[in-house]
Design a protein around this ligand. Structure first.
Ligand code: FDA
Length: 303
């Protein structure tokens, strides 16, 4: 895929008008393959199905870049409702949140207050909360909020993006924190991030190995079988306990590989997005993977 096509989908993912309009459209362009329904009942069914195969979930009540206080508070309550559901149904899963869905772009303290409400509910039920990492303009704020929350709560962690030059240094500061390691999904400048796949992959492997030799839990989040295979060999060679890490992939991606890794005895966790706010999430997936664009073509011409 050309950089132009990538740029096109990245810019769509951040277009506020389209993100808003898409909430009313229902799923389009094949998004239902990657989003587990619009409501709590649909996502509950998906989690239960995965749990039956020994796969846990990290559930994302979709939403981002919220600029309205009421909406951020509604989202906070929806996430608390999700936590209640996980507890009531004893589902094997935790939650993933984005700080911009909780009002980060409105006011940092307001966002912390919303996060605190979520953390209180999650702590009561013993559920882990992951703060997804968004684009670099929110990176430092996200790490600062994580540190604030960690003064009160243990069950919170975040994501590190291997495309960032500073990832290794920052992971040193996060040695005791549960981390999901990803390559990075946003379009960042070469002032802050590696641009080539080879450099990003090299850094990913370096950081993953360092984490696996450390003490805290790591989620190895990638669909890249070359990386997964190299890490499986590393884990075996170094006798690393399977309790110290898990593999993670997105719902709808490489499903067979997900089931295979779980069947081989690795801890496996699927990232499960749900809700009406699917547009930005889906456009980023299209920017990453050209093959998915076929789904749009099928949806537009054959549905
Ligand atoms: P990449 O896209 O580089 O693919 C590598 C190779 O793997 C491909 O060349 C192909 O051979 C194979 N492959 C990949 N997908 C395939 C498919 N569907 N079918 C067949 N082969 C395939 N990002 C972020 O910035 N913040 C975040 O919080 C998160 N959170 C997150 C959670 C989880 C669970 C995952 C898996 C990913 C994220 N990401 C993320 C996204 C992440 O940063 C990254 O953009 C995508 O995972 C794409 O990179 P990959 O590592 O999957 O491989």
């Amino acid at each position: 895929m050309t950089n132009l096509t990538k740029d096109f989908f990245y810019s769509l993912s951040q277009n506020k008008l389209l993100n808003e309009s898409a909430k009313k459209w229902g799923f389009k362009f094949g998004a239902d393959k990657f989003v587990a329904g619009t409501d709590l009942n649909s996502v509950t069914r998906t989690i239960k199905k995965l749990n039956r195969y020994g796969i846990s979930g990290t559930v994302d009540n979709l939403g981002e870049f919220v600029s309205d206080r009421e909406e951020a508070m509604r989202t906070t309550n929806n996430i608390i409702r999700l936590l209640n559901r996980i507890n009531e149904e004893n589902l094997d899963c935790h939650v993933s949140v984005k700080l911009t869905q909780l009002g980060l772009d409105i006011d940092e303290q307001f966002c912390i207050d919303n996060m605190r409400k979520i953390m209180e509910a999650a702590s009561k039920f013993g559920i882990f909360v992951n703060i997804d990492m968004e684009d670099y303009s929110r990176y430092e704020q996200t790490l600062r909020i994580l540190q604030t929350l960690r003064e009160e709560f243990e069950n919170v962690g975040t994501v590190m993006q291997a495309y960032l030059y500073r990832a290794e240094e920052d992971l040193e500061q996060l040695k005791d924190v549960r981390i999901r390691l990803v390559k990075g999904a946003y379009k960042e400048s070469e002032a802050v991030a590696y641009q080539s796949k080879a450099e990003i992959d090299r850094n990913y492997l370096k950081l993953a190995k360092k984490r696996l030799l450390g003490d805290a839990f790591t989620s190895i989040a990638t669909h890249d079988h070359n990386i997964i295979n190299e890490l499986k060999a590393f884990i075996k060679e170094n006798n690393i306990s399977h309790d110290k890490f898990e593999f993670q992939m997105l719902y709808g991606f490489r499903t067979e590989l997900q089931y295979n890794l779980a069947a081989e005895g690795y801890r496996f966790c699927t990232y499960i997005p749900f809700g009406t706010d699917w547009f930005g999430y889906y456009m980023r997936r299209l920017a990453e993977r050209p093959q998915n664009i076929n789904l749009i073509v099928k949806d537009v011409f054959y549905d």
